[in-house]
Design a protein around this ligand. Sequence first.
Ligand SMILES: Cc1ncc(COP(=O)(O)O)c(C=O)c1O
Length: 371
Amino acid sequence: MSINLLDSLTETLLMGPGPACVPPAVYQAIAKPTIGHLDPRFIAIMDEIKARLQQVMQTRNRLTLPISGTGSAGMETAFVNLVEHGDRVLILKNGVFGMRMVDVAQRLGAEVDVIEFEWGTPVDVEKVKVQLASRSYKIVAVVHAETSTGAMNPVAEIGAAVKPTGALYLVDAVTSLGGIPVETDAWGIDVIYSGTQKCLSCPPGLAPVSFSDRAVETLRARRTKVPNWYLDLTMIVDYWQGAKRAYHHTAPINMLYAIDAALEAILEEGLEAVFARHAETHRRLVAGLEAMGLSMPVAPASRLPMLNAVRVPEGVDEAAVRSRLLKEFDIEIGAGLGPLAGKIWRIGLMGHTARAQNVDRLLDALKKILF
Ligand SMILES: Cc1ncc(COP(=O)(O)O)c(C=O)c1O
């Protein structure tokens, strides 16, 4: 479809695994005039973004900035800056994005150990402790909110187990940030990354990252150069920090306006209020689905409010339901990934999407299609 045809469309209600709905203030920010990436006015906006990211990520880490690229660029940044050939990395895997971490770390020549947990169940911290007692690691990595399954991992408890070992603790907060508490410093996280298109309610295109002082020291002490030029934080920081503000790559100016506006909206609403809104809309959705006789594979204690996995009822063509939702009701929901393909739908309640009226609109449409 040509971009001009999009003008005639109404706004699709994005209730999939991301992107999520974007609020008007963020669209308005993107539409503002592009200025130079070294313009002092733009540098002031960058400083504001860093400060706002620190608040949303609950960290005092100086190295906190958005990487140009989607969530996967955040994942690559986290690993490529810290892993050197032969480094031992432990990855706690229970879904597609843990699997992607393994691939990324292995491509960098890491010696990767994996503890696998059943998809849809959380990481079992006791098993992690046993593994940590048997071997030392440079990095232990986990996905906070496994978007592929809807399960939440116990990031704080894993952090407490990793801390005494001296390993760096790396957390994927692509789906969790802005939807549930992410307490980077309090949970002992050394490296964290996210993406804009989920609970931050921006279009896709930026990946906030934050490195603790310990992670920065590890980066500075590398024996070898960071093997990826574009994501090398030793160079990127000279654009984002300090007096130099040297050109590295041309910043995606208007996307940075967008994240600034999105972070402002979250902080104005207040983190606690934002988390409560996600939890409330999740409860409303679950109650509505259960009233229709639908069920959810993830146990209540580990359910993510912003990503709801729902079992496809026996005999229902799951793709046909999604297609009708989109064509007849202008609502997008997601399919299952990997081993869960065809078995679940993934209903997102992320950021600006997480509102009671959106839940009701979806439940109403689902009822009309299924019954
Ligand atoms: C948990 C998680 N990590 C990483 C990614 C990758 O992000 P992106 O698709 O923006 O590159 C996603 C995307 O859905 C995700 O859900």
